[in-house]
Ligand binder design. Sequence first.
Ligand code: NAD
Length: 481
Amino acid sequence: MKNKHYINGTWVSSATSETFSVLNPATEAIIAEIPAGNSVDINAAVNAARTAFDQGPWPRLSGAERAVYLRKMANIITRRLDELAKLEVLDNGKPYPEAKWDIEDTAATFEFYAGLAEELDNTSEQAIELAEPGFSSKAIKEPLGVAGAIIPWNFPMLMAAWKVAPALAAGCSIILKPSEITPLTAIALAEIADEAKLPAGVLNIVTGLGKDAGQALVEHADVDKLAFTGSIPTGSKIMATAAKDIKNISLELGGKSPFVIFEDSDIEKAVEWIMFGIFWNQGQVCSATSRVLVAEEIYPALLARLIEETKKITIGSGEQDGVLLGPLVNSDQYNKVLAAIERGVNDGATIATGGQRPPDLSVGYFLEPTILTGVDENSWVWNEEIFGPVVCIKPFQSENEAIQLANNSRFGLAAAVMSKDDERCERVARAFRAGIVWINCSQPTFVEAPWGGYKQSGIGRELGQWGLNNYLETKQITRFD
Ligand code: NAD
């Protein structure tokens, strides 16, 4: 692992000697000291990206030519799959099989955007019909320019891919600032770009703290586009700073997503999807279905089965076989989640199971998967993102009540519904005020489909064609014949 930034196609030492420590959340041991880049490093990276965009080959290549590099990167990621998945486990704590999915999805994201880059060669020009005689017009799509990407720690390499792959496919150059909590696979991504011989300055990676490197990237006048995934408070701050230069921004923020389960649902399937929806990645998932609403007819039976299955979850280091729930990412996150549970209890909720450190795990940020019942709909714990393995579950009496409870939120990232009645599912899916809706499941994510939130969950969409459009400008060219 290189302890340097990747700028202009080379590994460079940080402008400061300051570093930050990266911990293995399962052991609390320090596993790396990483350069805490500052505004000087960011400036060098932005200058390299600007030169690559203004003078380099990248935006001038055809989409098919850019696709060759993206496919090379996908192939290298696939070749390094096991090693990258293990790195993600060490850095983030997630169980190895989940880390492996993330890396597979990372490679698939590069592969998918290679395809869209090729398509751009045929779709980037569109003739426009004008009513006025004597004129002809067309719209063309062009790369937007220099992009800055800031990402969180919950899916470190995948979140990088969701921004880097479409930006490269579009012909942009990019500076990536990974989370200071999980920077290791982003550094590996720079190695991968280097091996793929991506032209200098097209992808630059600067590690550092949000308040220094992150802030400097957001403030830099030569960045045309900011793509951010993270919390609402940081997103709001970034939006305010970006407003100064009218920067193009896209924001993928938090969620408190509902899962509505009707009385005709198969209880076993419902329990399976509820558990996946909230305990996957230790619940540190923006789209986690953390508010479960169950028809009162099946509520007691479903809750009993959910508690029974939740108690069976194997907790431990993500490196161990058979582990379903790893540690939370760090002590801050651990304390935040514990405080959220305590707040829920103080506001009247009951812990149906969990809520404690597992007795056999005294080291590492381990927490039992937790189910809260009797949660008041006006309480903090029902309304705010916990970002941990904690689910609030509540009975409802009617479809209207369920929709009203589901939509009564400042968030609107995801929502899910389960019923054997297709029409009811479709009706409820359309009634949800959320950008991602799952029917009879929760969480499956596809690179072809748009991803993003309504309301305070964000602005814009990633993935699919929508993700590519984030990095394209539209120009009209009108001719007087
Ligand atoms: P965070 O907002 O604390 O940090 C995210 C990134 O922003 C980090 O790289 C951090 O260094 C950087 N940052 C912090 N302050 C900054 C500043 N002033 N200027 C510029 N950059 C700054 O979020 P987090 O704790 O890393 O991630 C968890 C959050 O991310 C949750 O709210 C979660 O819902 C959200 N999330 C959303 C999605 C989505 O697709 N909507 C996906 C994953 C995570």
